[in-house]
Design a protein around this ligand. Sequence first.
Ligand SMILES: Nc1nc2c(ncn2[C@@H]2O[C@H](COP(=O)(O)OP(=O)(O)O)[C@@H](O)[C@H]2O)c(=O)[nH]1
Ligand SMILES: [Mg+2]
Length: 485
Amino acid sequence: MPASALTPAIRDEITRLGSADIMVGIPSYRNAATIGHVVRAAQAGLVQYFPDLRPILVNADAGSPDGTQRVVVETEPPGYVEQILLVHPKNRLARVSLTYPEVDGIGGKGAALRTLFEMAAALEVEALVVVDSDLRSIVPEWIELLAGPILKGGYDFVAPLYARHKYDGTITNTLTYPVTRALYGRRIRQPIGGDFGVGADLIRDYLAQASWTPDVSRFGIDIWMTTTALTGGFAVCQSRLGAKIHDPKDPGSDLGPMFRQVLGTLLSMARSNANRWLEIAGSHDVPAYGFERYAEPAPLEVNTLRLLSQFHSGSLTLAGAWRRMLQADNARSVLTLAVEAGTLAEAAAHKLGLDRESDEGATPGAGLPSTDELSDAVSGFHFPDDLWARVVYDLLVFSSFSDEPVERLVAAFVPIYFGRVGSLVIENRRLSGEQAEERVERQAREFELLKPYLVEHWRAAAGRTAAAGSAAETTEAAETTEAAE
Ligand SMILES: Nc1nc2c(ncn2[C@@H]2O[C@H](COP(=O)(O)OP(=O)(O)O)[C@@H](O)[C@H]2O)c(=O)[nH]1
Ligand SMILES: [Mg+2]
């Protein structure tokens, strides 16, 4: 367990505040342009839906140079909310913005959340709601939707359910949703959504966990929280929030580090929880709270060519690592696909008159053809569902039993993820959001169907490791006997 993250200044703040019933936490890093709206929505949610509770709002910022904290402090005070909503809450809302300390020398979203957990525990709050600071689509009701199941329904953990654009949430769709579902048997559609609710018991459990790693201090935090809640037997539900609209990210340029931190955390948790998932087959629905909503998420552009060419260029330096990590036939299939990806991307760039060097980093639409036009030009590319499930499972097995550092393995896996995402963007280009969602479900079922493949390979590797261990012990014993003679 990492040392307590709180600075003396934060401890003083806690003493000043005393205690509270409900807390909204907002982690931030360079979100001056968007955090004001999130703060106002959260304040409004607290006073409108929980007028009898003692509320507090805490922003845990990374020391952003863009004035994020100033925006939080200067945004309309709670009195403004009371006026526009005509509510008269019993208790005044406390609002705090602080710079969170690093955890064991590492800063990041997870370190910010650790400070929020420590404050929530020290203030003895019953429910903590955390929301991202780049949200456009948050409304006051989100606070009720994320805290309600804890305060009224006895749940410990509330995951979000939202409509996202078909190209948004690629780490969720390709990795955390299907793997969490197949491993732990629960269909949590957004295991790393970023907006969630958590109760007092689970907060204490989080703070007592020994599995907090540097990745957890960064973007590994979300999958760590969800998996810890599931493996700890906590009561989990989902809440229908409508659309998630936030700062857009292009998977090929923005998501590499996040993917590595999420995957590294997922792998190390799978390794230490094998006794919990080996026996699980199939999956169950997780209860959903809140009225159904129909919402149209904002569109997102993705540079499909860059994804394919990064898959290909990765194969040039990482073929050896892929052959070590993956079963031989899967490694062969992936390497063949990478060559195809390179050839198609090259031909498409030529056909569209693009300069590979300078257009590589460009955004579709702005200077480049649109996502659909780019995808049309490489439409022959297809990375099959079952191959993707197998390579993820191969990595899970290899990383559990190999001495190679997980960071190196997940870094080598990034280009394969780019290939898979490129394929999904191409295949989904003519599909509606609903149809694309059906494809996500189909892929998740594939992970479930192939779970016996995972279990078989995992048990075989465990057997080999045990045999190697006892052989080593026998040799050591023989050497000791020899030495004694
Ligand atoms: N405190 C803190 N917050 C961070 C850091 N990096 C990201 N965040 C916050 O974490 C939330 C999610 O980050 P975002 O980049 O939107 O990720 P995504 O939407 O999950 O892809 C946002 O509120 C960010 O401001 C960090 O280093 N420190
Ligand atoms: Mg975001």
